[in-house]
Design a protein around this ligand. Structure first.
Ligand SMILES: CSC[C@H]1O[C@H](OP(=O)(O)O)[C@H](O)[C@@H]1O
Length: 353
């Protein structure tokens, strides 16, 4: 890989510890912090120190291992009860990204499959499962990038929202994966990045990680997306997702739904990049996806500066749902899904890669 291009990992397992890049400090500071307890992991997920559906799942998996590695349980039943309590605790950190629940459930299943082993071996298996989740995510993201690249051409310009780059995953990202892979193959895919109020993941994270990699990125306010589309500057809109329902409706950062409506109005393809770990077959459609609501200060006192009157009523949903009919394709690591999504999703989940 070209040494002039830098990509920083969202999290790593180093010397027996979970270390994350504190994303609330970006872009001004790149600070790695140690998460030593399950409470540290809960807090890091809740405060978006680590964020992005896949990265949240990976952090939670390591967090669950951390929560039981010092367990003194004398029986599997006692150990399993401790594990389930910590699983429920970690699951309470954020409600929308299905990867959190998917990763925790996968760790629980690994513990059950190791129940005949001794305690030390069970703990070792849990750590290995967390490693597997991280390593598989990296491979899934690269494959998503390769699949998305088949839909793009050199010199194209894409618009993205929030951050679905390497910072949201183990590496590469999902929506941004094709942009990094394109750069590696000498293409020049340009990006317009929505700043993404109120937490500015686009400004603080996407613009930062693309510039680190030497990629042509232009930052815009969210309310400028229609204008740049009307100028004919956008060839495709690509976003990540936090949960894809069984019918193809997709939850993603607040503002994504509006982008999908705008893309339809301008006849621009709208692609959702979705690892299969973000597809939730148990949620039938977007109506059933729980949308996280966050504190109003994120809008009124963003980054410590008050910009609205004290006491004003605030509504701060962190996500919205794009109905499947507005989605041109859902791009997974196993292939590209096109409508009718219900059938395509059932098929792709059965496909082994
Ligand atoms: C590759 S998943 C990225 C996804 O997660 C973000 O939400 P948050 O920053 O609140 O964790 C956003 O919805 C991104 O599209």
């Amino acid at each position: 890989m070209d040494k002039t291009k830098k990509s920083m990992l969202s999290l790593k397992w180093e010397d027996g510890n979970l270390v994350i890049l504190d994303q609330t400090k970006l872009p001004m500071e790149t600070e790695y912090i140690l998460l030593e307890t399950v409470e540290d992991v809960w807090d890091a997920i809740f405060k978006l120190k680590v964020r992005g559906a896949p990265a949240i799942g990976i952090a939670a998996a390591y967090g669950l291992y951390i929560s039981v590695r010092a367990s003194k349980a004398q029986s599997f039943e006692e150990f399993y009860e401790e594990l389930r309590n910590n699983e429920d605790y970690l699951a309470s950190s954020r409600p929308t990204a299905v990867n959190l629940f998917w990763a925790l459930k996968r760790m629980e299943k690994r513990a059950l499959s190791s129940k005949e082993k001794n305690m030390g071996e069970i703990k070792e298996d849990l750590l290995q499962e967390a490693h597997n989740i991280r390593q598989e995510d990296e491979q899934m993201c690269k494959a998503i990038g390769e699949n998305l690249l088949t839909l793009l051409k050199d010199e194209m310009t894409v618009l993205t929202h929030c951050n679905a780059g390497g910072l949201a995953t183990a590496k590469y990202g999902t929506a941004l994966a094709p942009v990094f892979l394109a750069k590696d193959k000498g293409w020049n895919i340009k990006v317009f990045a929505d700043e993404t109020r109120p937490l500015l993941q686009g400004a603080r994270l996407t613009a930062w990680e693309l510039m680190q990699y030497g990629i042509d990125v232009t930052l815009i306010c969210d309310n400028m997306a229609a204008h740049v589309m009307s100028k004919g500057w956008i060839d495709a809109v690509i976003t990540g997702c936090d949960r894809v329902a069984a019918n193809g409706d997709a939850a993603n950062k607040i503002g994504t739904y509006g982008l999908a409506v705008l893309a339809k109005a301008h006849d621009i393809p709208f692609y959702i990049a979705a690892p299969s770990s973000t597809i939730d077959i148990d949620t039938s459609d977007g109506e059933d996806i729980v949308i996280e609501e966050r504190h109003g200060d994120e809008i009124c006192c963003g980054f410590g500066r008050r910009t609205a009157p004290k006491g004003v009523k605030v509504y701060n949903p962190a996500f919205d749902v794009t109905p499947c009919h507005l989605i041109t394709a859902i791009v997974t690591e196993k292939g590209i899904l096109t409508p009718p999504y219900s059938e395509a999703i059932k098929e792709i989940l059965l496909k082994q890669v």
